[in-house]
Design a protein around this ligand. Structure first.
Ligand code: PLP
Length: 492
């Protein structure tokens, strides 16, 4: 059976259920499967099958300790009518790429693909491990993750969720998405501080042993929904397999022919899931990793040196404004052929020297990747061009990916069909998209959404519709040093 072990060399092994509960290794490494399973089916067998069938077969190959009934129940609870498209993940051709539309879930961004199933994977794991405490998810968010986690965990039995976001530090639409969240078990607070303060505050709560005791007394254990949990990564592998099957079904490729995969990348989770799909047996020629001005990954893929000595930019693709891409650690581990000590040394160098350079062996493995970036201006131009020439509306993150893909094609002449991860609805970033298509943004975020709908006739995602009219349920604003008390008060 596949076991899960840490990227940093500790010898502990876990079942997938244990790794999902634990979240992060005892040595602070990330859990990786002892081997990446081969696809458990032939392409012929699964072409034309619904998303849930493909997801089940792919996920079962990784989560062998879940019974078929358990996993099926998780999948059925996750990928239901809260997705606005029957297909769950439609694949659409526009310009030179096939867009894998991952944003039709409740919060209109791709994080729903994993965060709608994680609560069920987690509560099932707790039952399997005879953990009788309730689990409380604690999250600091700069906007998108918090809402997707709230939506995923809302009213899931056996769970509570507490989210902290920086007061004035998220967009109006994001703020309202969170403050109107329904669900008896949801708790949302703005903190008087920035995102780093929120993140540090949450980390301090996790390492506070006295609080842990107090929570145990009232029957609660803390957990996190951040993207290093293996329970978020594996569900993402499924949609790349599904996308490949759809390209066969559409007659774009024949069984076994290679594709390119293009991913707008921040924390390296989404593109790593594509890499796992490749290791399972999806033929991929290049993994094209697209960044915005925060192009630490572009430079890393080109040089083998990961270097944090650089300016941090706030861009119009904010979910990719990241300098430390946590999930890259998993790729390093696989390319180092499981030498955890080597990964551990690189991560120590990153923490202490703010940079590291990988071995020649790891560098050789990076050749499957192409790194590129697009700046804000190019991103806007790309949105405008796709809309005017193709009648296809994309958000800023997806536009970064498309622009980098066009650069790749020009540089290499490679015309292999490309599957491009489309990670958010254009409505999520309506201000930027309105400007990019030349209609000017509205008075505020809500007005931009309305304006974009009027201009394009693209349906507004249900979760963003009439957001300004929904009841505000969460009004709490707390000081940084009162976060712990806020958690206790929420749970008592
Ligand atoms: C989170 C996010 C990304 C980046 O995904 P990673 O898995 O962190 O690389 C890209 N686009 C959008 C819209 C996102 O929300």
């Amino acid at each position: 059976m596949i076991q899960y072990q840490s990227t940093r060399g500790s010898k502990e092994t876990k079942t997938s259920a244990q790794a999902i509960i634990q979240g992060i290794g005892e040595d602070k490494g990330l859990y990786v499967p002892s081997e990446i399973p081969a696809l458990p089916f032939t392409f012929e067998e699964m072409v034309g099958k619904p998303y849930k069938d493909v997801a089940f077969r792919v996920m079962k190959a990784f989560f062998e300790d879940y019974t078929e009934e358990e996993l099926q129940a998780c999948i059925d609870s996750a990928y239901d009518s809260k997705f606005e498209e029957e297909e769950i993940v439609p694949v659409k051709k526009a310009g030179d790429a096939y867009f894998l539309e991952l944003y039709h879930g409740p919060t209109a961004a791709f994080k729903d693909m994993a965060l709608s199933i994680l609560p069920y994977l987690l509560t099932t794991a707790m039952k399997k491990e005879n953990e009788t405490r309730k689990v409380c998810i604690l999250t600091a968010t700069s906007g998108d993750t918090g809402k997707a986690a709230l939506e995923g965990f809302a009213d899931v039995p056996g769970t509570e969720i507490v989210v902290f976001y920086p007061n004035q530090g998220v967009s109006l639409v994001q703020e309202r998405q969170m403050s109107t969240q329904t669900g008896e078990n949801t708790h949302v607070f703005a903190i008087n501080g920035n995102f780093d303060d929120a993140q540090t505050g949450v980390k301090n709560i996790f390492s506070n042993e006295k609080l842990e005791e107090q929570l145990t007394e009232i029957g609660i254990t803390l957990s996190s929904a951040n993207s290093i949990n293996i329970g978020r990564l594996v569900p993402q592998v499924a949609y790349y397999v599904f996308g490949y099957l759809r390209l066969i079904e559409k007659g774009v490729i024949k069984e076994g022919e290679a594709i390119n995969v293009v991913v707008p990348t921040g924390n390296f989770g989404n593109i790593l899931a594509a890499y796992y799909a490749g290791k399972m047996g999806i033929p991929v020629k290049k993994f094209i990793c697209a960044s915005n001005e925060n192009k630490v990954l572009t430079d890393f893929l080109n040089t083998g040196t990961y270097d944090l000595h650089r300016e941090f930019y706030l861009t119009n693709s904010p979910s990719m404004d990241i300098l430390i891409s946590s999930n890259l650690e998993r790729l390093l581990y696989h390319l180092a052929e499981g030498k955890g000590e080597e990964v551990s040394r690189l991560m120590k160098e990153l923490a202490e020297e703010k940079q590291y350079t990988v071995s020649d062996a790891i560098k050789a493995g990076l050749k499957d990747f192409y790194g590129g970036y697009a700046d804000m201006e190019k991103t806007g131009e790309t949105i405008g061009k796709l809309y005017k020439e193709e009648g296809y509306l994309v958000d800023t993150h997806t536009a970064v990916a498309y622009q980098v893909y066009e650069d790749y094609r020009r540089e290499t002449g490679d015309e292999t069909p490309a599957l491009l991860a489309s990670t958010a609805s254009a409505y999520k970033f309506a201000d930027s998209v309105c400007q990019a298509i030349g209609i000017g943004k509205g008075q505020d975020g809500f007005a931009s959404v309305a304006k974009l709908a009027e201009e394009t006739n693209v349906r507004i995602p249900a979760g963003l519709k009439e957001l300004d009219k929904k009841e505000i349920r969460h009004k709490g604003v707390v000081e940084i040093d009162a976060m712990q008390q806020a958690v206790l008060d929420s749970l008592q």
